[in-house]
Design a protein around this ligand. Structure first.
Ligand code: ATP
Length: 673
């Protein structure tokens, strides 16, 4: 009788609905769209960890006389193994691929690894992990031999060829490849290219990328280059003889290949794709390996990290809030590959011998759990900051403090890496207005980029939009013009409204009684404590202004025009009453208005929550919102930015402006009343 131990239906039963939906989307390939860091607002599409199982053949001397394999392949995706609890049954497993004992190195590479390499050229990450018990063929699969090269040499050969083709003259991107090689030995991260470096630290930047500051990176342009660095470094890897494997890997070996891309034309995007090729150390049953002393200690570290790896996979599958990545160096490094941002493939190596039976079942169970893990690969793309001809604007003019901080790049900020990206380091010297792109709304950047591409596709000769300094200047000038017009419009509106208020008050005799004709009441109602106590704005009827021509410094005037007809609503709204009414018009010198705006801006940028509360229409809550926004986004560049504060509407911003601008302007200019 057969029993499907880890078949899809049984496994799905324990998977939460949300997760199953994600898995379905992953397998159907539905709604795949590329997401870049530039458009990081959207959620990247899922990609399930692919799992392949490779069965090693009996190797010389391992087969007993009547030895028959305990595992058997059923088809290209499934296999069965005897059930040790019930000899009448077999356990069946299904994976993305199954490679039997006759499969070649090329079969595994072409079937499971080659297809993910293209993602690197899209600026996405990919990982290949060889997993399995000691002696099951992990190193053979990853490294192979000169006669039967494994995944690593084949992938490097292809990748270098691909990058050469993509980088050829006339192609839009210039590509470069670098390699690093490390091992995790007894919980220490050791640089195999520079063994004297000692234990290195693993860090994570604010985007969730895993980094190892100080790890050697060698540029490689050909396979000969690769071999020149890789072969001596491989000899640095810790191997040792155990009873089960004469050359047993005592460490997890990680080859990291980075593909950097720089766009040759504007907008000069940059992409980085990382490929991890990982040969894990094998799990070991020390009763059978006969390990003692150092080997036993090594084995303990290996088994512990593999145990944490299992816990990580389980936590991801169960959707637990805490995934124990930090519990071992291995899992910390694999954070990208399991439940992270990489296209990952796990190759579980198993051995046919009966004495490996329990290890094999355990490896198959781990592999079956791993195939439920969902990753979310995205395109790691950014804009190159320094390539455009700098326009003579000071850094301060171009970037606010927070923007400047952001432009330095998260890696630099987080890790203090000794090798900061070239773009970031030179960016601080050469700055272009387009640096602001890096802090712009991602949707806007996308639109600019597509506009640029459109211009290119329409045969626009010569330099494209974003890199043409003249056009760039024109765009900037247009923006400035638009802003000026907006300011003018607001000024006019303010004048109108102020005049309206005054006219209404003038029309109401009761109101009139309450204030002296020379005082503008609404603004004098509240004392504003900025640097100096606020003085009251003085407004005068036209006659008074004429009489008092001796006051040349008065810059706010309310002109009273007589004899104009105005329609006012009577108390009884049904009978609008038309009567002759004095009409007031406000005149403020543009200079004074600008002063008022500047004072508000200063207060918004420098004032404490308490200072801000001294402004009209700003209460405790709004003051805190303003301070919070400022901390997050940096200083306000204009008063109208207030509208960008969550909780303050455009209308509120306008009324705030009206209520404050004149008062502050007057406070600046008028002497004590
Ligand atoms: N598919 C295969 N075909 C032929 N020989 C193989 C195959 N897989 C493994 N071998 C041989 O089996 C032996 C053990 O393989 P390997 O060293 O790759 O195991 P491993 O899983 O890396 O072990 P460890 O975890 O101890 O390092 C080697 O001699 C290797 O050449």
């Amino acid at each position: 009788m057969e029993r499907r131990a880890q078949g899809r239906s049984r496994m799905d039963a324990g998977v939460p609905v949300r997760r199953r939906r994600e898995m379905a989307a992953a397998t159907s390939g539905a709604s795949r769209c590329r997401l870049s860091k530039v458009g990081a607002g959207r959620r990247p599409p899922p990609a399930r960890v692919r799992v392949a199982v490779r069965l090693r053949p009996f190797v010389d001397g391992t087969a007993g006389e009547n030895d028959t394999p305990c595992v058997r392949g059923l088809d290209s995706c499934s296999l069965e193994i005897a059930n040790w609890r019930n000899h009448q049954e077999t356990l069946k497993y299904q994976f993305d691929a199954f490679y039997g004992e006759r499969s070649s190195q090329q079969d595994i590479y072409a079937g499971s690894v080659q297809p993910i390499l293209r993602h690197l050229l899209e600026g996405q990450n990919a990982s290949v992990l060889a997993y399995g018990p000691t002696g099951a063929g992990k190193t053979h699969t990853m490294l192979g031999s000169p006669e039967q090269p494994g995944v690593i040499p084949r992938a490097l050969m292809d990748l270098l060829q691909l990058t050469r083709e993509e980088s050829a003259e006339g192609r839009p991107w210039a590509l470069s490849v670098t390699m690093s090689y490390l091992e995790i030995y007894q919980e220490k991260v050791l640089d195999l290219l520079e063994p004297s470096s000692g234990d290195l630290v693993i860090r994570e930047d604010c985007r969730g990328n895993i980094l190892i500051p100080g790890l050697t990176q060698k540029p490689i342009t050909s396979f000969a280059d690769f071999e020149r660095h890789f072969l001596p470094a491989s000899r640095n890897r810790t191997v040792g003889a155990t009873r089960l494997n004469q050359r047993s890997s005592r460490s997890h070996a990680v080859l990291l290949v980075k593909v950097d891309q720089r766009e040759r034309l504007a907008p000069f995007r940059q992409r980085e794709g990382k490929l991890y090729l990982i040969d894990l150390a094998g799990s070991e049953d020390n009763r059978r390996t006969g390990n003692k002393g150092l080997r036993l200690k090594e084995s303990g570290a290996i088994n512990t990290s593999l145990f944490v790896l299992g816990k990580v996979v389980d936590a991801l599958n169960q959707g637990l809030p805490r995934v124990p990545y930090r519990d071992s160096k291995l899992t910390r490094l694999l954070q990208d590959s399991l439940g992270g941002s990489a296209h990952s493939i796990l190759i579980a190596n198993i051995a046919p011998e009966r004495r490996f039976y329990l290890d094999t079942v355990s490896a198959l169970n781990f592999a079956a759990r791993s195939k439920e893990v969902i990753n979310r690969p995205f395109t790691n793309e950014s804009l190159q900051l320094h390539v455009l001809a700098p326009i003579k604007l000071s850094k301060k003019e171009l970037l606010g403090p927070s923007e400047a901080k952001r432009a330095r790049g998260p890696e630099e900020e987080e890790t203090g890496s000794p090798e900061p990206p070239a773009a970031a380091s030179s960016a601080s010297q050469k700055l272009s207005p387009l640096q602001k792109l890096s802090s712009m709304d991602p949707a806007m950047v996308e639109r600019l980029l597509s506009l640029d591409r459109l211009l290119g596709s329409q045969g626009s000769q010569g330099t494209p939009l974003l890199s043409t300094p003249r056009r760039e200047r024109m765009v900037l000038m247009k923006t400035v013009e638009a802003k000026d017009l907006e300011i003018e419009r607001l000024k006019m509106k303010q004048k109108e409204l102020e005049a309206k208020v005054l006219a209404q008050e003038a029309a109401d005799p009761k109101e009139k009684e309450n204030y002296s004709p020379t005082m503008l009441r609404p603004l004098a109602r509240r004392t504003v404590t900025v640097a100096k106590p606020l003085k009251k704005a003085v407004v005068m009827p036209l006659q008074l202004i004429q009489e008092q021509a001796a006051y040349p410094s008065a810059e706010i005037h309310i002109l009273k025009k007589k004899g104009r007809k105005r329609k006012l609503e009577s108390l009884d709204a049904s009978e609008p009453e038309e009567r002759g009414e004095d009409c007031w018009e406000l005149q403020i010198s543009p200079e004074l208005l600008a002063h008022g705006r500047q004072k508000i801006l200063d207060l918004l940028n420098e004032g404490s929550a308490r200072d801000l509360r001294s402004l009209q229409r700003i209460g405790q809550k709004k003051a805190q919102l303003i301070v919070g926004w400022r901390e997050l986004h940096g200083p306000f560049s204009q008063v109208e930015d207030l509208e960008r504060v969550e909780g303050i509407s455009g209308k509120q911003m306008e009324s705030f402006l009206k209520a404050n601008i004149l008062g502050l302007a007057a406070g600046q200019r008028c002497g004590p009343s």
